[in-house]
Each structure stands twice: as C-alpha cells, then as structure tokens.
Design a protein around this ligand. Sequence first.
Ligand code: ADP
Ligand code: MG
Length: 249
Amino acid sequence: MILQTHGLTRYFGGLVAVKDVSLSVAPCQVHAIIGPNGAGKSTLVNLLTGHLKPSSGQVIFCGRDISGLAPNVTSQLGVGRSFQRTNIFPSFSCLENCAVAAQSRLSHSMRFFRRVEGYAAVRARAERALELCGLSHRAQAPAGAISYGEQRQLEIGMVLATEPSCLVLDEPMAGMGQEESAQVVELLRSLAREYPLVLVEHDMDAVFSIAHVLTVMVSGEVLASGSVDDVRCDPAVQEAYLGDGEEVY
Ligand code: ADP
Ligand code: MG
C-alpha cells in the first residue's frame, strides 16, 4: 500500500468531521471518495496532506508515519496535493507556474549551489508536467489568460511538476462545463496509469468510469468501501446516498 490511514479522526470543537477512517490506496489504484456535502471529504484530504492535523489516528505514506507533518514536508516526500487556483500566479506563464512548483521539490543543494543545472532540471520538470496535463500549447500564455478549465488543468500540472508518488485531488472538475470535464476525465484516466490517485469527486459518471475502489463517507464516517461494483450495489449506500432505485446514476 502506498497510502493508508488508521482510525483517522478530526474534531472541530464538538463536531467530528472525520471519524475513525481507515483506508488504503494501492500502487496504480484510483481510490475515489464520495459523499454528500459536509461528509468530511475535504477534511480527510487535508489530513492526508498535512493541511490539518488529526485529533487521533495515523496517516502512513510508503510505510512512513506522516501524521501531522506540514504540507511542504508531505509534498517533499511525494504526496501530490493539487494547488488551489489561488496558488496560480496569473501574470506568470503556465510554464513559469509549473517551474515554481517544480522548484519547491528541489533540495537545498540544487537551489543554492548548482544554479545552472538546477534551472535546467526545473525547466525539464516543468515542461514534462505541462505535457502530462495537456497544456504544452499554452506554455507561454499567462496563467490568468487561459480558460477556467485550463487553469484547473494547470493546477494538476503544478502538482505533477513536484514529481509526486501519489496524487490527491479534491474535486478537480468542480465548476467545469461538460466539455471541460470530459477533458479532465481523460487526463485523470491517463494519469491513473502512472500514479496512485485519491480522488474526491461529485461527478458520478466520472467516478464510476475512473475509480477502482470507492469509499462512501457520510457524516464523517465510512459508510461503505470496496470495489466500485460492490459499493454501487450496497443497499446501505443506495438508501443513504445514491437513492434507492436500481440504477445509481
Ligand atoms: P466535504 O468536503 O465532504 O463537503 P468538509 O470536510 O469540508 O466536507 O466538512 C466536514 C464538516 O466539517 C462540515 O460540517 C464542515 O462544516 C466542518 N468543517 C470543515 N472544516 C472546518 C473548519 N476549518 N472549522 C470548523 N468546521 C469545519
Ligand atoms: Mg469538500
């Protein structure tokens, strides 16, 4: 397993946003997390990446306990959390944005003692990241001038520039139109061949077509977890979240 949680719990005052969540992500696996608003999905993501500290429980990444480590440390270790759009520098080109992200993963020796080689490495990473996220043709465009959908693709590119071992994406298709979503679904499908992926997503068609494992959260707790087919057929899931019809779409 590349990423695991054991009994992960997070309180906000008296409210338990994530309660006793234990899950595992295997290499080359897409693990989707679904659930209604307020179910605790984003809190769980923040616990995985160190943006929030757990009240109890552990996060194990590549065999190492990373619970409560700061986000820059988890990023250095290889947990690739998508940057929010607010992390994009609008006046920098798409390539420069990826270069800034790539730079954040370089060791200090690369940053301070080997500037020229360091720059070449950063540029190579940034170019590869742009290619992977499908924005090579936008390399020189200011990030503020590309479409909303492309900016969200750029966020993914910026994560890829950090050369992660695992991707954690919280609603990468939020706010997109159908065409843009379809493009990102294709992108996620191609990334899934290379990276283990934790995907929080509302778009059920997308989830069912990409995910291998599905965890359903309700009120901070795991209601069901397993293969997509098993979870879709789980009567408790159908009743509590997906509706109780035969078809769960
Ligand atoms: P989801 O992403 O599934 O919509 P969240 O993880 O954002 O759910 O929220 C889960 C619960 O925790 C909600 O009741 C939300 O109001 C609460 N919550 C989330 N973040 C905070 C916070 N920083 N402070 C207080 N309560 C929070
Ligand atoms: Mg959320």
